[in-house]
Design a protein around this ligand. Structure first.
Ligand code: PMP
Length: 348
């Protein structure tokens, strides 16, 4: 019966990081493969989730008012949409805008899900190569963006870690004819703020997530700043009751615990420097809660396997289209995890 499956799903798909449960032995494992905050969620978020579960017999509020109000209180009077992780936001945004055959231009190498979601919508996905140092090829992106429905740019970029400047993002916004989707999953770690662009451009969507800085990856909650005109169409394209009551309550409460987020941001800033200082291998500049490391003369898969055998999980970059096979991506974890990673990588 497999002939019934759509051709875009016959191969490929999202590549997941190795899981601690896949490793032999029952020792402590340093989990540095998925860019998670190693700290448990804020007690405020846990309490709000526990309270919200009592009302789980009812459907959620379709406007997700508890979360949207919290986002407005935190950021100001922007227009927001929400989704099941930023993955959900990406999928719904593409469903809202892309007809079969439309062009979607993606600054590459980068996070794979944009291409997967766009292809599922019948888009013509064009990878626009970054420069050898992984900075964005602004001119090429604008060239491809002239007739693209959506241009996708991730900053800080996954997996390379580098930032695109505010000015370059502005140049791209002015040069393209369709929408720019700016993926800011890691922006809290970067010290850069692209939000002023929201006030000026009608063709900008900024995606954000509670999975990283707010320790809520397991609750799957993402959101985006959107121009006012787009919001009603996004809501029409989304599945009814997209975000569940418990996730929405936890996310709203997480925004009130700034100290929780700041602790991890401080940890990230400290350890990014430490990785550069202590590793025997080149560490690429990063504005995210991970770094990409050039492990030449090894291949990425070789290093991932050998570190896993030592109880350290990191991400092979092999699955990122357009990247040579000698890079690994390593999240900033707890002190002992980072220390073990440095020790074991240097010992290879
Ligand atoms: N964008 C980027 C760049 C990411 O790295 C991720 C998570 N891996 C996402 C979006 C999706 O995040 P979420 O957990 O909110 O779906």
């Amino acid at each position: 019966m497999e002939h019934l499956v759509r051709s875009c799903y016959k191969q490929g798909g999202y590549v997941f990081a190795k899981k601690a449960a896949n490793l032999a032995g029952d020792g402590r494992v340093a989990r540095l493969a998925s860019n998670e905050n190693p700290e448990a969620p804020s007690p405020a978020a846990i309490a709000a989730a526990q309270e919200a579960v009592r009302t789980a017999n009812r459907y959620p509020d379709e406007r997700v008012d508890v979360l949207v109000s919290a986002l407005r209180a935190y950021y100001g009077n922007y227009h927001f949409v929400t989704g099941v992780g930023m993955d959900g936001v990406i999928e719904t945004l593409i469903r809202t805008l892309v007809d079969p055959g439309d062009k979607v231009a993606v600054s590459t190498p980068t996070f794979s899900f944009y291409g997967i979601a766009a292809q599922a919508q019948g888009a013509n996905v064009i990878a626009v190569r970054r420069q050898p140092d992984f900075s964005v090829d602004t001119a090429a992106l604008i060239r491809e963006g002239k007739d693209a429905k959506i241009v996708v740019l991730c900053t800080p970029n996954n997996p390379t870690g580098n930032l695109t400047s505010f000015e370059d993002v502005q140049t791209i916004l002015e040069g393209i004819c369709g929408m720019l989707f700016l993926d800011n999953a890691y922006v809290e770690f970067s010290g850069t703020d692209y939000l002023p662009l929201m006030r000026k451009y009608e063709n900008l969507v900024i995606g954000r997530t509670f999975s990283k800085v707010h320790s809520l990856a397991g609750l799957r909650i993402g959101y985006a700043f959107v121009p006012a005109w787009l919001q009603p169409f996004y809501l029409r394209a989304g599945t009814p009751f997209t975000v569940n009551t418990i996730s929405a309550a936890a996310a709203a409460a997480a925004l009130t615990d700034k100290a929780h987020a700041d602790r991890y941001i401080g940890q990230v800033v400290t350890w990014r420097k430490q990785f550069s200082a202590d590793l025997k291998y080149p560490v690429l500049p990063s504005g995210a809660n991970f770094v990409m490391v050039d492990v030449t003369p090894f291949t990425c898969d070789e290093v991932v396997e050998r570190l896993a055998a030592k109880g350290v999980l990191v991400r092979s970059c092999r699955s990122f289209t357009g990247l040579a096979d000698h890079y690994i991506r390593v999240s900033i974890g707890e002190d002992w995890e980072n220390e073990r990673f440095i020790k074991e990588l240097n010992a290879l």
